[in-house]
Each structure stands twice: as C-alpha cells, then as structure tokens.
Design a protein around this ligand. Structure first.
Ligand code: HEC
Ligand code: HEC
Ligand code: HEC
Ligand code: HEC
Length: 407
C-alpha cells in the first residue's frame, strides 16, 4: 500500500462501542491530510483503559466511574460527552489540567500517557459515559399507549390483537428489538399511518422505556448487559452493502439521503439511533420507492454493527478546517507561545508539519504529556491558560497538519 498522492486507504480506528464494546479498525477511503505525511492511527482498548484508570495511572485515586473510585474529583461517567465526543474528552482533560495539576502537587506525579495509552483511556471513558440508560418500564407502558402501539400490539396480553405480541421481543436484547422494528417498518408504514393518522415519533429515552416495558420480567431490563457490542468494521461493510446507495460518508456514496459522516450530528447510543431510524423510516421508504431502491432488511447483528460504525466516525476524528483552526490557534492564545503560524518561539516549540501527521488521539496525548511544562510556563509568564471548546480539536488538528505557508 502506498501513501502517496491520490486517495488513500486510511486506517481508521474506533473504540466506540455503543453500549459496551470492543475495539476496531476501519478502512475508509479518504484523502490524506497531507500527501507526504502519514498519520499513525492507534486502536484504543477500553479494557486496558480501565486497568490504567483503576490501577497504574491512579485516576481513580481522585475520580470515580459511576460511583466507584475516589471522591475528590468529578465522576467521569456521569457527564454525557458533548459533540463531537472526542473533542469533548480532549478539551475536558485539557481545560482541567491546571486544576488536576494543583491537586497533584500534593505529592503525586502527573500521570504519564503515551498515544496508545491515551487511546485506551479515551476508549474507556467514552464507553463508560455512553451507555443506554436502563429503561423505565412504567414510563414505557405510557409510551406503548401514547404512541398508539397498543392499538394493534399487546404486551403480556394487554392491548390489540391484530399484530404480534411484543413481550417476547426483549429476549434477544435491545439490538434485536430495534432490528425487528426496522425490518418491519416497510410493511407497517401504511397500516400504522392509516390507523393512527400519523407516524409516531420517538424522543429522548422513550425507546429504552418501551423496551424495558416490553421485556419486563424477562430479565432484559438492563440493556447494557444483553446488548452485544457491535463491530465497527463489520458495520462499515453493512453500510456499504445496504445504506451507501442513498447515504454518503465523507462524500463517498449516494445523495438521496443526508451525508452520515462525522460532520452530521447523530445520536450515539443504540436506542437513540434506533429512534432516529424509526422516525425517518417513512421518508426513507418513500424516496426509496420513487427511486426504485428498497429499504434493506437487516440480519442478526447488523443493526448493532451499523450503530458502532456510525458512532466510531463521530468519536475518533472530529471534522475540522485548517482555516478555522488557524483562527482558533490565535484566538485561544496558543499562538502567543507557539507563534502565529505554529512555527515556534522561545516560549514554545514549533508544532506545524513536524513528524507524523497528528490524529485527535495523538494530539490529545501530546497536550496531556506536555501540560505540566506548559502550566509552569504559563504561570511564569502570566499567559492565561487557554480554554478550548470541543469543536476546536478537529480544527486545530487540521491546522497543525496542513503545510506551512510558503513565505
Ligand atoms: C490528584 C487527583 C487527580 C488525579 C490523579 C486525576 N485527576 Fe482528573 N481531575 C482532577 C480534578 C480536581 C479535576 C477537576 C479540575 C477542574 O475542574 O479544574 C479533574 C478533571 C478531569 C477531567 C474533566 C472532567 C469534567 O467533567 O470536565 C477529566 C476528563 C479528567 N480529570 C481525567 C483524568 C484522567 C484520565 C486521569 C488519570 C490519567 C486523571 N484525571 C487523574 C483530579 C485528578
Ligand atoms: C396499525 C397497527 C400497528 C400499529 C399501530 C403498530 N404496529 Fe407494529 N406491527 C404491526 C403488524 C401488522 C406487524 C407485523 C408486520 C410484519 O410482520 O411485517 C407489526 C410488527 C411489529 C414488530 C415486529 C414484531 C416481530 O414479531 O418481529 C415490532 C417490533 C413492532 N411492530 C413495533 C411496534 C411499535 C413499537 C409500535 C408503536 C410505535 C407499533 N409497532 C405500532 C401493526 C402495527
Ligand atoms: C432508499 C434510500 C435510503 C436507504 C437505502 C437508506 N436511507 Fe437512511 N435516509 C434516507 C432519506 C431520504 C433520509 C431523510 C429522511 C427524512 O428526512 O426524514 C434518511 C435518513 C436517515 C437517517 C437520519 C439522519 C438524520 O440526520 O436525521 C439515518 C440515521 C439513516 N437514514 C440511516 C440509514 C441507514 C443506517 C441505512 C442502511 C441500513 C439507511 N439509512 C438506508 C434514505 C435512505
Ligand atoms: C504559556 C505558553 C504556552 C501556551 C499558551 C501553549 N503552549 Fe503548547 N507548549 C508550550 C511549551 C513550553 C511546550 C513544550 C512542553 C514540553 O516540552 O514538555 C508545549 C508543547 C505543546 C505540544 C506538544 C509538542 C510536541 O512536541 O509533542 C502541543 C501539541 C502544544 N503545545 C499545543 C498547544 C496548543 C494547541 C495550545 C493552545 C490551546 C498551546 N499549546 C498553548 C507552551 C505553551
């Protein structure tokens, strides 16, 4: 495989796992950020991140994950990541580095994380904070009634008899149920719209609640346990086989439906993803009919795999623009030490177009590694600590990967 010139096969990573998961590498056709430079993508393994968190790196001395661990610092699983999630984690760590550092001066050393370890840590933090809330069966019964499902379906005998009883469905786990819903949307769109007068829309956690109600007493109340993690590599194959005729990712694919690449804001948990698919099903089916493309039926794990794939796009490489990045670099005060063109000054090293191209993960790792020195330098010189926004990460990475201006 060559890394020169034209379109390249970019090695893509993902830790991402909606609802609990494993780790993967995705191949996606992509333009390299700069022809001569190769980005080294690494694969994060959440289990290794967990070991560091609770073991060697002692994050749990101060932080907890859903109540397990130290109480000095915020619980890192309680907050939902912002968008883009990778940018959120990167900026959360960066923005709080001085606070962490002050805490650490009381004797502990600043935890060292190389790029691989950062990938593992981010994969772990992402997985911990991004799980589907267990549904509430009481709220779910109301959803079942309010959405009109009860008109045709029953759960444990209660409800309409013209459509299959839904209580058995939870048994296969939430992915199985959302897959069944998706597969049946095509034949159900007309009857449901005719009977109810509209296509019911799901918001927030309603899908999780409905599933909790349907599967109550069948041991699937906690989606996380039964939800087999998807595999993003397989998901990319499913996407190419079943969705790409209508949807594109980074410009590759059809244009009947919206682009689903990292720029598009999509929900990340299995249930939220299922809601989005359900909500849009009638328009998808209609456009498909007009253009002679049938909506695909999904087999076994394909729903979980697709969700993992789409989530991984969002997580790992937040999109960015080198032009916006150039402005951000000045606006946030990085230029004050590193120079307007990131060419380096005596206060901070040259950052632009040196070594391998940066990825969001290696950038975050570099920031983390150097933060103790940067904090010290900022204190010496009175330069205020730059506060970053989640969307900055993609822009900064694009800027730093772009070629230096020739002048
Ligand atoms: C000595 C205690 C301590 C250790 C060890 C520590 N942290 Fe922190 N961390 C803090 C404190 C205190 C804050 C809040 C700082 C602030 O708000 O300025 C924080 C904030 C954070 C945040 C931002 C949270 C948010 O809600 O925005 C992240 C992410 C984070 N730490 C990750 C880590 C990771 C990963 C490790 C292990 C490699 C670690 N921390 C080790 C004390 C610590
Ligand atoms: C107008 C009647 C009607 C309404 C209203 C309706 N459905 Fe259905 N549903 C059906 C019929 C009929 C089938 C079987 C169709 C098929 O097999 O393709 C079905 C199948 C399903 C299946 C697949 C069942 C299986 O055994 O594989 C699921 C899941 C489902 N519906 C969920 C829902 C949910 C959730 C709602 C409420 C938002 C709902 N349905 C509203 C008529 C309805
Ligand atoms: C026949 C063409 C077609 C196929 C095949 C198709 N879609 Fe769609 N999709 C659409 C259209 C059109 C929309 C916009 C619908 C709307 O605006 O309500 C859409 C919307 C969506 C949305 C919501 C996007 C948003 O930002 O709100 C998601 C997610 C989605 N599709 C995923 C998929 C997945 C995953 C597959 C493969 C299993 C797939 N689609 C297959 C045409 C298609
Ligand atoms: C107060 C001066 C100062 C500011 C402001 C500053 N840096 Fe730095 N930066 C440094 C110094 C000094 C180093 C070298 C630290 C070391 O060697 O450990 C460094 C190192 C880095 C590195 C690691 C370089 C490498 O070789 O791996 C990156 C990436 C970086 N800075 C990015 C930024 C970004 C992005 C901003 C703005 C959000 C910023 N810096 C703001 C002084 C600063």
């Amino acid at each position: 495989m060559t890394w020169s010139g034209r379109k390249q096969l970019l090695l893509w990573i993902a830790a991402a796992l909606v609802g609990g998961g494993a780790l993967v590498t995705i191949l996606i056709r992509e333009r390299a950020p700069a022809p001569a430079r190769r980005a080294l993508y690494v694969i994060g393994v959440p289990e290794r991140g967990a070991e560091m968190f609770f073991g060697g790196q002692q994050c749990s001395f101060c932080h907890s994950i859903r109540g397990h661990g130290g109480q000095i610092a915020p619980d890192l699983a309680v907050k939902r990541p912002g968008t883009p999630p990778m940018g959120w984690f990167a900026t959360a760590m960066w923005n709080h580095a001085p606070g962490m550092y002050r805490n650490l001066r009381t004797g502990r050393s600043f935890p060292q994380l190389d790029t691989q370890q950062m990938a593992d840590m981010l994969a772990f933090l992402y997985q911990s904070s991004n799980f589907d809330r267990s549904g509430d069966p009481v709220a779910g019964e109301k959803v079942f009634r309010d959405k009109g499902c009860i008109t045709c379906h029953s759960v444990r005998g209660a409800g309409g008899k013209s459509a299959p009883e839904l209580s058995g469905l939870g048994a296969g786990g939430p992915n199985e149920l959302t897959r069944a819903m998706w597969n049946h949307t095509q034949s159900m769109i007309e009857p449901i719209t005719n009977t109810l007068g509209h296509w019911p829309q799901f918001k927030g956690d309603e899908m999780a609640d409905l599933i909790a109600y349907a599967s109550q007493g069948r041991g699937v109340q906690e989606p996380r346990k039964e939800n087999k993690p998807g595999d993003a590599v397989r998901g990319w194959n499913v996407f190419q086989a079943r969705c790409i005729q209508c949807h594109s990712v980074r410009g590759h694919g059809g244009s009947l439906g919206p682009e689903l690449g990292p720029e598009r804001d999509l929900p990340l948990t299995t249930m939220q993803f299922a809601s989005v698919l359900w909500n849009h099903a009638p328009s998808m089916a209609k456009l498909g009919r007009q253009n002679g493309i049938a909506l695909p039926q999904l087999q076994r794990e394909e729903m979980a795999d697709l969700a993992a794939f789409l989530a991984s796009l969002r997580f790992f490489e937040p999109a960015g623009s080198p032009f916006v990045g150039e402005g951000v670099f000045k606006l946030r005060g990085c230029a004050g030490c590193h120079g307007a063109d990131a060419e380096g000054t005596q206060l901070g090293p040259r950052l632009r177009a040196v070594g391998d191209a940066l990825t969001a993960t290696s950038f975050t790792a570099a920031l983390w590694r150097h933060s103790p020195k940067m904090i010290a330098r900022a204190e010496e010189t009175g330069v205020p600590w730059p506060i970053l926004e989640p969307s900055d990460i993609g822009d900064l990475v694009s800027f730093l990967n772009s070629q230096q201006r020739a002048n």
